[in-house]
Design a protein around this ligand. Sequence first.
Ligand code: C2G
Length: 131
Amino acid sequence: MKKVITYGTFDLLHIGHIRILERAKQLGDHLTVAVSTDEFNASKGKKAYYSFEHRKAILEAIKYVDEVIPEATWDQKIENIVHLNIDVFVMGDDWEGKFDYLKEYCEVLYLPRTEYISTTTIKNDLGRNNI
Ligand code: C2G
């Protein structure tokens, strides 16, 4: 069984998130998503609108997702990849090159981001009543 993993906050779920999850699943047979905890988000300078529990439950409801684990630190990736027997690590290409150190443990792929949508854009548009 070919196992894939990806990481992220996945707040205010949108088509860009769905498309990265869809493509990640197409790369193997099993997709694990490591979703950022609220505390880890704070360390990323992010405050998600939805709590960790809600973001986790929403991801678990997506047909492409087989397993959701917490992402609590930047440096848990190697342990996750080794412990979960991951074959492919996938991220959007806004992270291009940032995780190349994982190449000694698994395949590392950066996929093109979906253009013109982001959680930040959604928040800004809603804030300006641009809906
Ligand atoms: N993404 C995308 N297209 C968008 C928006 C996001 O492909 N329009 C992808 C990102 O590239 C990322 C994933 O969706 O691979 C999740 O994005 P975020 O929730 O913004 O995650 P991020 O804050 O980048 O956290 O350790 C890695 C970090 O946890 C990544």
